[in-house]
Design a protein around this ligand. Structure first.
Ligand SMILES: Cc1cc2nc3c(=O)[nH]c(=O)nc-3n(C[C@H](O)[C@H](O)[C@H](O)COP(=O)(O)OP(=O)(O)OC[C@H]3O[C@@H](n4cnc5c(N)ncnc54)[C@H](O)[C@@H]3O)c2cc1C
Length: 594
């Protein structure tokens, strides 16, 4: 797992990167230069090529695909695949939910409307290509009837109980592979192992990119129409987290986005004068282990910040059948929240020190498979017996294929503790021995009773803690993405501090700031990877069209904009009232209309 330490020198730098001047000679030229060849970059390139533009993609890794290739499912609205499945679509309901509930009335209403209306384009288009009808759609139980469909690659998700973590891992890999092949065939030039260093500015306009290849050669790529920033976010840059997402910096125990997620692309936009959006907006899953906290691990050096989602240790920390308690050794989490991948980390984040503990016994290699129904995205570790996904070995650097090896590693790092007695385990975890003993006793009694407990836990989700050694993990939120970066408008043009588009500059995917709203702990309504595909496509479309024809309208855009404007004005003089108005104003309008 060398990859853990494979971070570039600038991965902890939060300073803006100023643009450079025009070079004496350009090395390459295209209409569009995309920084990043992940989901957003490849989809931006695809649409730009459709519009007849020429495209260069600069990708710092030895391959395209980015984080996007690891993803399992993409959220979107109103695709043909969803229609085939008979799923309902309702723009107004989708807007209402995503605006008022998910974004807490803070997302740019026009941007949201654009996501709702245009997210489907990339998927529907792909079905007319050799990719064919390989998408399938299903709704998410915990989202109200708002027309959202989770898209997965057809046939990838097995029916019935999940058996292992691989079933939602890297389902997007074949799609990303197809995109790379498609854009190459259409004439895009992809430069791998080529890291963008700075934007090139001429007058007010961004006209290209300065980059560096693996052998240290500097190259300049000219963009005659636009540069599209698609370099994901900054979850592995803790200085940037501290500056722009302090909530995550304080509460999260790590990130599951790979170590390439270091934020220099957002820094380039800020250096070019971009405004910022989405401060403190992030999404998390449960199951992070504070390897970074040496007072917990007892090690002299911090352990890994990056923890791959399907890492056996992480799945163990999210264990569906374990006793989960807070620092006072009290249970606190209803089964409904534990099963929900967004509510689970939020529930532990509200506990003292944003911390939870899971306690289990030596039977874990067997009992980890027995909890049913498996929570969404909280299924099972990977094993050697996993179904044979042809691409699976590709990710072996991120997590050993045998999940028990990963657990051993977590014990070595000091993240998983164990002892021969419950009292001894309490000492290891820094918990009160009497309280932990009482909690374990009560848990075992509930487990033996064979009926749902006061938190709605099903009997099969309460594994008894009886066989030594006893295990415990201090656990909490692990960052799934930050939605903070250069502010974009609904055309995905990057805006300056006066809210004017910076000529020649677009952003998409996780690089684009504000796509889930301001200061919210919630994913974008399109999820992360869905956001990458759809916003890449939209940015690619707008950057290669002289007068974009789509104008967001209907839904509840206008009232939402009026309230945001008023709240912003009030915020200057009466910050608390402004925030109150933002939260309640939209709801009040809904009530009055009724
Ligand atoms: C294991 C795992 C599972 C996930 N599961 C899901 C899921 O089921 N659903 C979901 O919605 N999301 C999921 N995600 C998150 C999601 O995949 C990402 O947030 C999303 O794909 C980001 O897309 P992007 O295009 O913005 O970035 P990426 O796809 O990461 O693309 C960015 C690219 O830019 C390159 N780059 C960065 N800086 C530079 C530079 N300076 N110069 C050149 N290139 C640069 C990077 O190398 C990368 O290839 C998962 C992530 C992981 C790791």
């Amino acid at each position: 797992m060398e990859v853990i330490n494979n971070l570039p020198d600038d991965h902890e730098d939060a300073r803006d990167i100023p643009p450079v001047g025009v070079p004496a000679k350009w090395d390459y030229e295209a209409d569009i230069v995309c920084i990043g060849g992940g989901g957003a970059g490849l989809c931006a390139a695809t649409k730009a090529l459709e519009n007849g533009a020429t495209v260069i993609i600069l990708e710092k890794q030895p391959e395209t695909g980015g984080h996007s290739q690891h993803a399992g499912a993409a959220a979107t609205f109103f695709t043909k695949a969803a229609k085939r499945k008979g799923l309902k679509s309702n723009r107004a309901a989708a807007f209402k939910h995503a605006y008022a509930v998910q974004s807490n009335a803070t997302i740019d209403p026009r941007l949201l409307a654009t996501l709702i209306d245009r997210a489907h384009e990339i998927y529907d288009w792909s079905e007319t290509q050799s990719w064919g009808k390989r998408w399938d759609a299903f709704t998410l139980g915990f989202l109200p009837d708002q027309g959202v469909a989770r898209m997965i690659v057809k046939g990838a998700l097995k029916k019935g109980p999940f058996t292992s973590g691989t079933e939602l891992t890297a389902q997007m890999y074949p799609w990303l592979q197809w995109l790379e092949k498609h854009v190459t065939e259409k004439g895009a030039k992809i430069f791998i192992n080529t890291k963008a260093l700075a934007l090139v500015k001429e007058g007010e306009r961004i006209v290209g990119v300065k980059a560096e290849s693996l052998n240290g050669k500097i190259l300049y790529a000219k963009a005659t129409r636009a540069v599209i920033l698609a370099g994901a976010s900054f979850t592995n840059n803790r200085e940037m987290l501290k500056k722009y997402c302090p909530d995550a910096y304080k509460k999260a125990f790590g990130t599951f986005l790979p170590p390439t997620d270091t934020g220099e692309v957002a820094r380039m936009a800020f250096g070019a004068g971009a405004d910022i959006a989405g401060i403190n907006s992030w999404a998390a899953f449960a199951g992070g282990i504070p390897f970074f906290d040496t007072s917990y691990t007892g090690k002299s050096e911090p352990g890994p910040w990056f923890q791959y989602l399907r890492q056996g240790w992480l799945q163990l920390a999210r264990g569906g059948g374990w006793l989960e308690i807070n620092t006072a050794c009290e249970e606190y989490i209803p089964d409904t929240a534990r099963l929900d991948y967004e509510m689970h980390p939020k529930a532990s984040a509200t506990q003292p020190r944003s911390t939870a503990y899971v306690i289990f016994d030596a039977n874990y290699p067997k009992t980890v498979w027995e909890t049913l129904p498996p929570p969404m995205l909280d299924d099972r570790p990977m094993t050697l017996d996993d179904p044979d996904f042809p691409w699976f070995d590709k990710f072996k650097d991120f997590a050993p294929k045998n999940w028990l090896d990963s657990v051993k590693k977590a014990i070595e790092y000091g993240g998983i503790k164990y002892a021969d007695t419950v009292q001894g385990l309490a000492k290891e975890l820094g918990l009160d021995a009497l309280k932990l003993t009482a909690a374990v006793k009560a848990w075992n009694a509930k487990s033996a009773a064979g009926k749902p407990d006061e938190f709605g836990r099903l009997p099969q989700n309460m594994k008894p803690i009886i066989k030594a050694p006893f295990y415990g993990i201090k656990t909490g939120a692990i960052i799934a993405g930050v939605y903070c970066g250069p502010r974009v408008n609904h055309q995905f043009q990057v805006l300056d501090k006066e809210q004017n588009p910076i000529p020649g500059l677009y952003a998409a995917g996780l690089t684009a700031g504000g796509t889930s709203g301001e200061g919210v702990v919630a994913a974008s309504p399109l999820s992360s990877v869905g956001l990458a595909f759809s916003t890449g496509w939209i940015a690619g479309a707008n950057a290669t069209t002289d007068s974009p024809s789509y104008i967001p309208s209907g839904m509840e855009i206008e009232p939402a904009i009026r309230i945001q404007r008023l709240a912003n004005k009030l915020n200057k003089h009466f910050p608390k009232f402004g925030a109150f108005l933002l939260k309640t104003g939209y709801t009040l309008i809904q009530l009055i209309k009724k």
